[in-house]
Design a protein around this ligand. Structure first.
Ligand code: DX5
Ligand code: ZN
Length: 219
């Protein structure tokens, strides 16, 4: 249904060598850039603000895939939409998994002409959101606890991917399925076989040859 997209996570980019790494990304087959926003509260780590997104957007023509790991996604969705996000994905947990609040934020994001997705931590089930699937451009399944790059892939999370893939086929829905955490030259195959069409990869891409590690996952 969808073609496979690689979304390198700039969380793992070497910040002592940004120019060169951006040049490699531009020459690679990556279509998206995965931009992790952490507020030090929803997860115990702190990353990028809106000015950094605006800079990346200017320096690099890729689709900006913004993953909000923040306590107040309503506030931060607005801020990042104003600064170049093409897709905003937020955690259901940050809205108490409340379908009404989730739907309201999805509507708000869509009203700006920006794509919208939801994501769940490994311990949060996805089935309760079956009714929301028609409103989504994307569902992101976390295959590590959000907060840090370089953790190992939680294979049990692929059950969620398989369930989403079945829902998508049965109901003929257009949302993409993205996976984030521990993707490398071994695990990406399992993710694709389960039904993922967007692969986030951080440490694997930036600790290896950027261009060939991205190309390898597309073969
Ligand atoms: C973790 C972030 C990921 C992270 C993935 O909270 O959401 O996007 O960069 O890094 P790797 O690919 O190294 O697991
Ligand atoms: Zn992420």
């Amino acid at each position: 249904q969808h073609h496979l997209i690689i979304a390198p996570s700039i969380l793992s980019l070497d910040y002592s060598d940004v120019d060169h790494q951006l040049d490699l990304l531009k020459r690679s087959r990556a279509e998206w850039l995965h931009f992790d926003v952490m507020d030090g509260h929803f997860v115990p780590n702190l990353t990028f603000g809106p000015d950094i997104l605006r800079g990346f957007k200017k320096a690099c023509p890729l689709f900006m895939d913004v993953h909000l790991m923040v306590e107040d996604p309503v506030f931060f969705a607005q801020v990042f939409m104003e600064n170049g996000a093409d897709l905003i994905t937020f955690h259901t947990e940050a809205l108490d998994n409340d379908p009404a609040r989730i739907r309201a934020l999805l509507r708000e994001i869509h009203s700006h002409g920006v794509q919208a997705g939801i994501t769940v931590k490994p311990g949060t089930p996805i089935e309760p959101f079956a009714g929301i699937l028609p409103d989504l451009d994307l569902v992101l399944i976390m295959s590590v606890e959000p907060g840090f790059g370089g953790q190992s892939f939680m294979e049990d999370q692929l059950e969620k991917v398989k369930w989403l893939h079945r829902q998508r086929m049965e109901k003929d829905l257009p949302f993409r399925i993205e996976i984030d955490g521990g993707i490398n030259d071994k695990t990406y195959k399992k993710a694709v076989a389960a039904g993922c069409d967007v692969l986030v990869a951080g440490s694997y891409v930036f600790k290896n040859d950027v261009i060939s590690s991205i190309a390898g996952m597309l073969e």
